[in-house]
Design a protein around this ligand. Sequence first.
Ligand SMILES: N[C@@H](CCC(=O)N[C@@H](CS)C(=O)NCC(=O)O)C(=O)O
Length: 124
Amino acid sequence: MLLKLLREGLGQLIVIINFITLPRKMKRSNEEQKAVNQRVSNMSLYQFKRCPFCTKTRRHIHKLNLPITYRDASRGSAHRDELENLGGQVKVPCLRIDKDNDTQWLYESSKIIAFLHQEFGENT
Ligand SMILES: N[C@@H](CCC(=O)N[C@@H](CS)C(=O)NCC(=O)O)C(=O)O
């Protein structure tokens, strides 16, 4: 109980510090941003608001200026069931990528961040 409260409090503190210190969004031309928006329209991030790994991932998404949909996978949510039944496990963050008739579920914050930088970073 105490541990849960401590974890929740720490998670909330991370959310606040993250908000105060948000990095600047990457700037692109209107045309480039439009193309990027289109490319991420089939992606969504399953996440918890107070999870530190999710906060870290959202920070990179913010910095890369990617309008990726966030899906709250907390207990009792339909998104949590989707994540478990379709993705294979309840672990956040998880990036869902729908392509043609295929869906890829990318787990692990470090892998998600590396993928997003590779696809949308400064050198792309
Ligand atoms: N190494 C993973 C750790 C992710 C992780 O531990 N996530 C926790 C939330 S902070 C989780 O999904 N726990 C499952 C649950 O709470 O049901 C990463 O970097 O993405």
